[in-house]
Every structure is written in C-alpha cells, then in structure tokens.
Design a protein around this ligand. Structure first.
Ligand code: NAD
Ligand code: GDC
Length: 359
C-alpha cells in the first residue's frame, strides 16, 4: 500500500513537471511574437501556421473548422465564425493585449466551378469577414495585418487570350474582374488600405495569390482547383483509361506550390512594400499540359477527354516583375516538382477513401 502511494506520488510529481513545462512553453507572453491566422483550418492557413510556429511564433488559429487532413500546429485554436464581430475581437485579443500580427486568409472560396456558382454567398460571407477583421484590428490596436487577395482581381479584358495574359499589379484598374469573388477581393484590398490610411493603426500588406496548390488542399467536393482535381481524376483512373477535363484544355494558368506561397507571404509581411504584390509562378501552362504532366507522374497511360465545364478567363499568368524588384522573391522550384509531391499525397488520399489506387 505504502509502495503504491509512493508510486502514485512520484507519478503525480512527474505529471506536474511535464504539465508545468508544457504550460510554461505555451504561455503566449513568453514568445517574442504572437500571430493570429484567420482561416487556419484551410489549406494555405494551416501551412502558414506550421511555418510561423517553426519560426518561434506563438500562433492562434481561427476558423469554422479544424484542418481536414492533419492536426493543427497552432498553440491555440478558436472554432468560430468571423462573420460575427465578437469572434473577430475574441480571436484578436490575448487577455487584454492584441496579437502582434494578423494573417487574414479566411474566405468563402474554391476553384472556378465553385466561385462562378456562389456569387451572393461569397460576397456576403467574405465581405463580412473582412469588414469585421479590419474593425477589430483598428479597435484593438493590431500593428500589422496581411490580407490574401487573388489574381481574380485582374480585368477580364486582359485575359481573353491564352498566350499573353496581362496580370501586372498596375493593370488591376480600371477594374473589371470576371467574377464576383474577384470584386470582393478588390473591395477588401481597398477596405484594408482605407483603414490603414484613415485610422493609422494597422499597417497592411496585400498579396494577390495565383492558383496555389500542394498537399493538404481540398481535392474533391466541388471547391477543388485544377491541380488537385486533375490529380484526383488521374489517381482514380484505370491504366489505359480516360480522364475528363473542362473545356478544350487550351486555356492557360500558372500554379504556385504552397511552401513557396508561405515564404512569399512572410517576406511581404516583413517588408516595407505597401502596395499589393503578385505571389505566383510565371511558368504558364495549358490545362492540357498540366493534365499530361500529372499523367506522366502517375506512370499511367491515359487519354484526355474534353467536356463542357466552367472555364473562367482564357489565360492567366503571374507577372513577377514587381515582386522580384521589391522583395527579391520568386519561386525556387518548377511546377513539376510540386506536382510530384501533390500527386503522391492525393493518390494516398484516394487510396484511403476509395481503395488502393488503380495502376
Ligand atoms: P481554404 O478554403 O482552404 O481556406 C479558407 C478558410 O477560411 C477555410 O478553412 C474556411 O473554413 C475559412 N472560413 C470561411 N468562412 C469563414 C468564416 N465565416 N469564419 C471563419 N473561417 C471561415 O482556402 P485557401 O486555398 O487556403 O485560401 C486562403 C486564402 O487565399 C483565401 O482568402 C483565398 O481567397 C485566397 N486565395 C487562394 C488561392 C488559392 O489558389 N488557394 C488563390 C488566390 C487567393
Ligand atoms: O478551378 P481552377 O484551378 O481556377 O481552374 C483552372 C482551369 O482549369 C479552368 O479553366 C478550368 O476550366 C480548368 N479545369 C479543367 N478541368 C476540373 O476538373 C477542371 N476542375 C477544376 N477546378 N478546373 C478544371 C482560381 C479561382 C481561385 C483563385 C485563383 C487565383 O481560378 O478559382 O479561387 O483565387 O484562381 O489564381 P482558376 O485558375 O480559373
């Protein structure tokens, strides 16, 4: 009995030490920087949380949902709706002190098939999120905020042909995005900049992402973008079979690997660049070429079948002149490198959900 009590005492002392260490380790005050990632349950947000944590930040995430494909790396995670101003304030404060930095990536978004079909929902939800986050940052005195805008802000008239789309930052005006999603992004860019100018509380940094892809991105369900959708279709196809792609496949895009995107975000956030910058790749391909690259990676022999589907603009490519000049940043890897990793991950997801991938 005495020995048992002694063991219990030892065990509880050990537990107290471990818990105490953990508590001490996760005390936000003991970190040099504290960041809030809005949309931390999403694709880019969850990767960003990991990077910030690995760089020594205390990180809080907020989202409607936890990350779907891995555990969050955040020290603290609030499951909440940023359309509610109270959630935005709660997420921004640690005790009565604001976080040092906010990364605002929360949005109602998806690939082209989703964004063309949900105009009202996207405008309603994302405007509310951004109005509330701009106001919470001002009211509570947040020093720096990053906002994730999109290549979808660029005018449709400059993206009508596949070969020479114009997506230089300065071409965004006169504004004429092809989607309401793009209009919302443009509005919110202006909203954050207006708050910065008039209230002089929160410094704002804005990136326009160009189609980001990689592991742990949505790969089915309707919100997935072309790289993930095509990886899924290839993984599901029988060797010798057919995959379907929307349109004639001659439309062009460029795609950026998620790790490169996160590096770009942090470079921009830590810079003095106060204008929106493209964060994308200049390696433009047709969707047929994208599909063929993925087919080659899979090692299967597949035929491409073109079917009707939402296509969006005919051509789009990142223009990195300004970001190269201002941040000395550009992607360090080729599209194919990122696709190899992404295909492998999606192939595993497909195998887990639908049985072993067909070879
Ligand atoms: P994602 O959909 O994976 O992540 C967005 C997250 O926001 C989701 O987890 C979602 O649950 C969350 N969210 C939506 N409504 C919310 C609400 N009311 N309250 C709290 N959370 C809410 O998207 P992503 O690919 O990680 O994109 C991140 C940001 O980058 C978005 O703003 C998106 O518009 C922008 N962007 C992405 C791309 C891309 O190719 N992935 C391109 C251009 C711009
Ligand atoms: O969905 P997305 O990646 O978005 O589509 C790129 C092209 O791939 C489109 O022309 C589409 O028709 C074609 N495509 C062919 N087959 C398929 O099975 C498929 N699924 C999908 N999804 N596409 C297919 C995106 C927006 C994002 C965002 C970025 C910014 O537009 O959807 O929300 O902000 O742009 O770059 P995309 O590139 O048109």
């Amino acid at each position: 009995m005495k020995r048992m009590l002694k063991s219990l005492l030892l065990l509880s002392t050990l537990c107290a030490v471990v818990t105490g260490l953990q508590c001490a380790k996760v005390k936000p005050e003991s970190f040099a920087k504290r960041a809030l990632v809005c949309g931390a349950g999403g694709f880019i947000g969850s990767h960003l949380v990991e990077r910030l944590k690995s760089e020594g930040y205390w990180v809080r995430g907020v989202d409607l949902k936890l990350p779907e494909f891995s555990q969050t790396a955040a020290h603290d995670f609030i499951l909440g709706d940023l359309r509610n101003p109270k959630t935005c304030e709660k997420a921004t404060l640690i005790g009565d002190v604001p976080v040092d930095e906010i990364y605002q990536l929360a949005a109602d978004m998806g690939g082209i098939g989703f964004i063309y079909e949900h105009d009202a929902q996207i405008l309603h939800n994302s405007v509310l999120i951004n109005v509330n986050m701009a106001e919470a940052s001002r009211k509570l005195g947040v020093k720096r905020l990053f906002y994730s805008s999109s290549a979808c802000v660029y005018p449709e008239r400059n993206q009508l042909t596949p070969d020479h789309p114009v997506c230089a930052e300065s071409s965004a005006y006169p504004a004429a995005p092809d989607s309401e999603y793009g209009w919302e992004k443009l509005f919110s860019e202006r909203l954050y900049k207006a708050f910065e100018k008039d209230h002089k509380v929160t410094i704002v940094r804005i990136a326009r992402f160009h189609n980001i892809f990689g592991p742990e991105g949505t790969w089915e369900g309707g919100r997935e973008k072309a790289p993930a959708a095509l990886c899924r279709k290839v993984a599901l196809a029988q060797d010798g079979g057919v995959i379907e792609i929307w349109g004639d496949g001659l439309q062009t895009r460029s795609f950026l690997y998620v790790d490169e995107c996160v590096t770009g975000i942090l470079k921009l956030m830590r810079s003095e660049v106060d204008v929106p910058l493209n964060i994308g790749s200049e390696e433009m391909v047709t969707i047929n070429q994208l599909a063929q690259m993925i087919i080659d990676i899979s090692g299967k022999k597949l035929t491409i079948k073109h079917i009707p589907g939402t296509q969006g603009v005919r051509g789009r490519n990142s223009d990195n002149h300004l970001v190269r000049e201002k941040l000395q940043w550009e992607p360090s890897s080729k599209l194919c490198d990122g696709l190899v990793v992404t295909y492998k991950w999606i192939e595993q997801q497909v195998a887990q959900k639908y049985g072993a991938a067909k070879k």
